[in-house]
Design a protein around this ligand. Sequence first.
Ligand code: SF4
Ligand code: SF4
Length: 440
Amino acid sequence: MSLLTFKQGIHPDYNKNLTSDKPFKKAARPEMLTILMQQHIGAPCKPLVKKGDHVDLGQKIADSDSFVSAPIHASASGSVKEIKKVLTADGRQCDAVVIEPDDEDWLAEGIVPYGALEDLSPESIRKIVRDAGIVGMGGAMFPTHVKLTIPEGKKAEYLVLNGAECEPYLTVDHRMMLERPDAVVYGMKALMKAIGARKGIIAIDDNKPDAVKVMEESVLSEEGIEVKVMETKYPQGGEKMLIKAVLDREVPMGGLPIDIGVVVNNISTAVAVADAITKGMPLVERTVTVTGRGVREPLNLICPIGISVRDLIAEAGGLTDDAVKVIMGGPMTGFAQPSLDSYVVKGTSGILVLTEEELDLNPPRPCIRCARCVDVCPQFLLPLNLARYAEHGMLEEMERYRILNCIECGSCSYICPANRPLMQYIKLGKAEVMANRRNQ
Ligand code: SF4
Ligand code: SF4
């Protein structure tokens, strides 16, 4: 029987065996936490605390009036040492609240369970999700309460929980399904209630048979929820690819999943929602895969938001002698870091350290027009042309060839035998097109 999937895509080396059998371990308390004010798509938050303040674990320390934003909470009790400028993983500058944790772990006032899910209305679930500062934890960091607010005239038929985890190396969602299946299902039911969806699908790639088994057993008695198994292919976890695979529906060009009655959420996001409702706990910690042949002991860590990459690498036994590149996220969509002074945010699912041997350090060569980039693009674009238009600032051509439909999956760059940085050019082109549209 053929497995569910989408057209095109790639089959990279997944390298998940480095950590897929490593149970979550709790990171040691770091000496300092640096909590960024930009941890979501949308308006950055403004600090509500100042140098010298004492904060409790889970206390709200930053917020914004904007709807598309999410508040930020202290991930430890301790004292605010300073508020300073830092760089985000993708190189933008933002404010950060630096907290020196104490060893008390005083819990903030008001952190109590919200009661039974049956007694909560869709509005109250959305409010709990907003107040807990929950954003998409698969990397997109879109505020979850916004996703759960269905626009007038639209109806959510399906909630699809994304268990594909198609990025090579990363295994946090895989481990989450194995270690906290009940929280996954609870969070999923809460998300379904919030959007009024009757049907739920947990979509998992077939390279996680143990997670498929556990989740199938966990939903046996749940009405309207089923598990679907997909072919392991990249970028299977992209929303459009996921929906095509499990529902055979296509998101219209320039549209959103809700246009075809679907809302997609990530596995770890569902667990964060479960914790917010059952414990009253805002999003102050997350699980991170620290992996690659450039660290001595790859592992899956539970760590506070704001911990540094330096601390995480120390937890993984330190760098190997041949480590050369540190990436925040996975190898396909992550960001190379200029130093180890970068900090975990709500969307950080992995820290990947590569060795010289694993990197292709050859410079880009001229395009040989082999069309391999075209053959793999899941959005049916012409990456070789788009990259050339972006390189030369050709706005009209970029628009005509639908550059904004690029989902920045990196499949084209991966497959290119001439080592051309296609996605990198296309990303810059997209930013230029968006800026031009705003100016007009
Ligand atoms: S894969 Fe690379 S070499 Fe081949 S057509 Fe695309 S850009 Fe050119
Ligand atoms: S053009 Fe965009 S969507 Fe297509 S393969 Fe490249 S990065 Fe992915």
